[in-house]
Design a protein around this ligand. Structure first.
Ligand code: COA
Ligand code: AMP
Length: 631
């Protein structure tokens, strides 16, 4: 079988396999060294090669005669805008913005934070940074100023690029004021903030550090793409870890470009010139890899959608976009489909559009329940492919590689290992388990090109978090099992990370905020099942003795604190006041037990529990407050 041989070859002969894939790119200097080790003894790819992502995404296609092709279609139901941006126009915008960034004093190796809504300027900013070797770090707009400040202090940007506002359903998001607030909190203050004014009629206070985006671009020279080492970090992308501090995933340049180009063809099955749509946000890894770099590297038209699956204006939006922009392959999160299905259960809105252009619907970002997969398949009448990956990997680790040949779809499974990923299920001791036995999902080293090269400023955490647990493997943090045909089923995180509407969040971080409320003696925050968002966070709090404030006031304040510190994206809306928390005799809170009770899953009461009567108390609380399955 083609997939089996192709995959086997990638695992048995990684150097040859990836050298051949790297050849699909136009390098300024082709690599001779395919795999080598960095100073931390970790794998690096194509270390002596030189290239530029911005060049490969733009200039290369213009040179090949495709300057007039649509590079980006910006479709914004929230502003009633549609804009077609050709590679020629993209070149103009990006090369001049790069000139402006350079004029502000940034050089190769400097960092720049991008905090922007889903507008073309966000893509221009990323590509302009990549053009001159400035390492960008895009921060998702749903994060509050406090989170932005943490990232500013970690990567110490010389520049921030933002926009005046974003638009959520019936709400204007004050992006620039959030940046101002973050800069008050941050220790590190960049000299300049480039502001793209969307002219939405909302007054934005001016600051001394403001630089007007359009004026800067207007007066700046066009800049050629510089030649960068393959190992040069193209970006830092922060993601939730198991502590309160986010981790800055570092992505290289040459390995990333090779992997993305490969994935567009072999995973998503796209030819150059076709349209691809990832309905995500540029603030997430999906946005980096499959709204910006992947499709543009492969000369696909990328759809930049500023809206939601529902309410912008209704549950037919996705189908309109697919049909109107001739989308061949679409990618979204199961949550989005669940939201649509809730509004349009019979799928009658789908029938209003000619979707014959659509060949595959990909889903990822969270576990895909079988009902959602089946509904999508039935209504769209195309293969629906669940696939699994993470910010760390940068591109899919499990999928159905439709470009190699569609394999049978097994509902509930995220598919088969993608080329380059030797995925194994390990037990506590690090031994490979038998088929159908659940364990820890790990990937045998070396990881293929495009995966994380380290954590920004924290190589110890990189080793500790991913490599030390199972020597010789990368540990994903997910649990799962493999069936007798090699299909992998991801069962969920085995740590304190939860997945809310496809957004990865740390309960440890929420717990720190809840615990800091003056009335709280102790607390636990964990994820419970949510019909729409997959999971949602729930906080259980024990109050300090003698606390006189009304419980409802405390609950409201805690919810507000989390929203203010992390942001609306946390979807933290449930807090229960309880008398006690179940703990082991050594004082460890039994979070897994709490979660299992809420979701009415089978649970064993650990023999180490200090007081078994708490369980009934907690159950009653859940029941009276309609948490989890009691809804
Ligand atoms: N900027 C500012 N705020 C944002 C934001 C952004 N970019 N994205 C989300 N938020 C806010 C929302 O407005 C919401 O605020 P609210 O509490 O005031 O209502 C909050 O964060 C939670 O957002 P979300 O979890 O997205 O819920 P929702 O109710 O607004 O929408 C869905 C529900 C299902 C429509 C939405 O979650 C969705 O489209 N999911 C798809 C997920 C996805 O694409 N994930 C990417 C990974 S592939
Ligand atoms: P992120 O880094 O934000 O992309 O989140 C990665 C995490 O999301 C993974 O570690 C998984 O827990 C979860 N995830 C992503 N895709 C899937 C999938 N297809 N099935 C199950 N879980 C998934």
């Amino acid at each position: 079988m083609k997939y089996q041989n192709f995959y086997k070859n990638s695992i048995e002969n990684p150097e040859e396999f990836w050298a051949e894939q790297a050849n699909q790119l136009e390098w300024f200097k082709a690599p001779e060294q395919i795999i080598s080790k960095d100073k931390y003894n970790y794998t690096q790819w194509f270390s002596d090669g030189q290239l530029n992502l911005s060049y490969l995404c733009i200039d290369k296609h213009i040179n090949a005669g495709f300057g007039a092709q649509d590079a980006i279609v910006y479709d914004s139901p929230v502003t009633h805008t549609k804009q077609h941006i050709s590679f020629n126009q993209l070149h103009h915008e990006v090369s001049k913005l790069a000139g402006g960034i350079q004029d502000l004093g940034l050089q190769k190796g400097d960092t720049c934070i991008i905090y922007m809504p889903m507008i073309p300027q966000a893509l221009y900013a990323m590509l302009a940074c990549a053009r001159i070797g400035v390492i960008h770090s895009v921060v998702f707009g749903g994060f509050a100023p406090h989170e932005l400040a943490i990232r500013i202090d970690d990567c110490k940007p010389k520049l921030i690029i933002t926009a005046s506002n974003g638009i959520e359903i019936e709400r204007i998001i004050p992006y620039k004021p959030f940046v101002d607030e973050a800069l008050v909190k941050a220790m590190n203050k960049p000299k300049h903030v480039i502001v793209f004014d969307r002219e939405l009629g909302v007054e934005i206070p001016k600051k001394n550090y403001d630089v007007d985006y359009l004026t800067l671009v207007d007066k700046s020279p066009s800049i050629e793409a510089v030649s960068l080492e393959s190992t040069h970090p193209s970006y830092i992308l922060y993601t939730s870890g198991t502590t309160g501090t986010p981790k800055g995933i570092i992505r290289d340049t040459g390995g990333y470009a090779t992997a993305l180009k490969f994935s567009m063809k072999y995973i998503y099955g796209l030819n150059e010139g076709e349209a691809f749509w990832a309905a995500s946000d540029v603030g997430w890894v999906v946005g980096h890899s499959y709204i910006v770099y992947g499709p543009l590297l492969n000369r696909n038209t990328t759809i930049l959608f500023e809206g939601k699956p529902i309410k912008t204006p209704d549950a037919s939006t996705f189908w309109r976009v697919i049909s109107e922009h001739n989308v061949k392959v679409m990618f979204t999160a199961p949550t989005a489909i669940r939201a649509i299905k809730k509004e349009d259960p019979t799928g009658h809105m789908i029938k209003r559009f000619d979707l014959s252009c659509l060949k595959y619907q990909f889903l990822a970002g969270e576990r895909c329940d079988v009902a959602t997969l089946n509904w999508t398949e039935e209504k769209l009448n195309v293969p629906v492919i669940d696939h699994w990956w993470q910010t760390e990997s940068g591109w899919p680790m499990l999928a159905n590689m439709v470009g190699v040949g569609l394999q049978p779809v097994k509902p509930g499974s995220a598919g088969l290992p993608v080329c380059g990923y030797d995925i194994q299920i390990l037990n506590e001791e690090g031994d490979v388990v038998k088929d159908n036995v659940e364990g820890y999902v790990a990937v045998k080293l070396p990881l293929p090109p495009g995966t994380l090269s380290n954590l920004w400023g924290n190589p110890e955490r990189f080793k500790f978090g991913y490599l030390n647990r199972f020597p010789g493997y990368y540990f994903s943090g997910d649990g799962g099992y493999k069936d007798e045909d090699g299909y992998v089923f991801i069962t969920g995180r085995v740590d304190d990370i939860i997945n809310v509407a496809g957004h990865r969040l740390s309960t440890a971080e929420m717990e720190e905020i809840v615990a800091s409320h003056k009335a709280v003696a102790e607390c636990a925050v964990f994820g419970v099942h949510c019909e729409l968002k997959g999971q949602k966070p729930l906080g259980l709090v024990v109050l300090k003795s003698g606390e006189t404030l009304d419980n409802r006031v405390i609950q409201k304040e805690i919810i507000q604190d989390v929203r203010k510190e992390i942001g609306a994206v946390a979807s933290f809306r449930d807090v229960l006041v309880v008398d006690r928390l179940p703990k082991t005799r050594s004082g460890k809170i039994l979070r897994k037990l709490l979660r299992n009770i809420a979701d009415e899953r089978q649970y064993n009461i650990p023999s180490t529990i200090d007081d078994v009567t708490i369980i009934e108390e907690i159950k009653t609380k859940y029941q009276t407050h309609h948490i989890g399955i009691y809804k």
